[in-house]
Design a protein. Structure first.
Length: 238
């Protein structure tokens, strides 16, 4: 796996912190890592974006950002309102391919969900993944409502014949409710793909050294971690 596309089932599901955890585990395994943020929105010119946050938490990764738009909107809308050129799927694919020539692993982080529009033609992260023929990791929320958005995302990936690498729960609560506990079993069933990890809520607030040490315990061996899905799965209430 040279290029991995990381998308969410929506906004604020833990996509960036999951990207950082995947990067940290790959670095610990001795791999060189690049992180490509397809389009950054809602961040000023001198403010750190998602790629910088990944580097802060994970360590020595190469970071790249294709475009930055000031308003916190879908990239296509934000580009239009700012009067700036949009990011197109081919731009994302070409940038990722260049990084892959010099790194063992390239993590391509999207903006929001899989079908958020990047340009006036309706180009999306899914289109970029098709051009790259890259697997897609889906970051989902833990609680009520996540099954619907996760299944819709998985169905779209399957309709495009894209490889759904697995699901990661981006923020696992300290005191999970019944829906969250049941979703541990139900998420992989509705997605038709394995659950590959669960990050604790507040993981991004850890000191970077602590984050890097703990990251392997949040992700499954396929993502260079030690997380055990079977052991984690005994959380559903009787």
């Amino acid at each position: 796996m040279t290029i991995l596309v990381i998308t969410g089932t929506g906004t604020e599901v833990g996509k960036t912190v999951t990207t950082a955890a995947v990067a940290a585990c790959a670095l610990a395994a001795g791999r060189s890592v690049a992180v490509l943020k397809a389009a950054q929105t809602g961040v000023g010119p001198d403010e750190p974006g998602d790629a910088a946050e990944v580097a802060r938490l994970a360590g020595a990764v190469t970071t790249a950002e294709l475009a930055r738009f000031p308003e916190p909107l879908a990239p296509g809308t934000a580009a239009r309102r700012a009067g700036m050129p949009p990011v197109r799927p081919r731009d994302v694919a070409e940038a990722a391919a260049k990084l892959a020539a010099e790194h063992d692993l390239v993590l391509v982080e999207g903006a929001g969900g899989l079908l958020v529009r990047f340009d006036p033609e309706g180009g999306t992260l899914a289109d970029a993944a098709e051009l790259l023929k890259a697997p897609v990791l889906v970051v989902a929320s833990a609680g009520l409502g996540t099954l619907n958005t996760t299944e819709l995302t998985a169905r779209e990936l399957r309709s495009r014949r894209l490889d759904l690498a697995g699901i990661v729960i981006g923020s696992w609560p300290g005191s999970p409710d019944l829906a969250s506990r049941c979703n541990v079993a139900d998420l992989p069933e509705v997605a038709g793909a394995p659950l590959l990890g669960a990050l604790p809520a507040g993981a991004a607030s850890l000191a970077p050294a602590d984050f890097r040490t703990a990251a392997s315990g949040w992700l499954a061996p396929r993502l260079e971690g030690t997380w055990d899905a079977e052991a984690f799965g005994g959380r559903e209430a009787p």
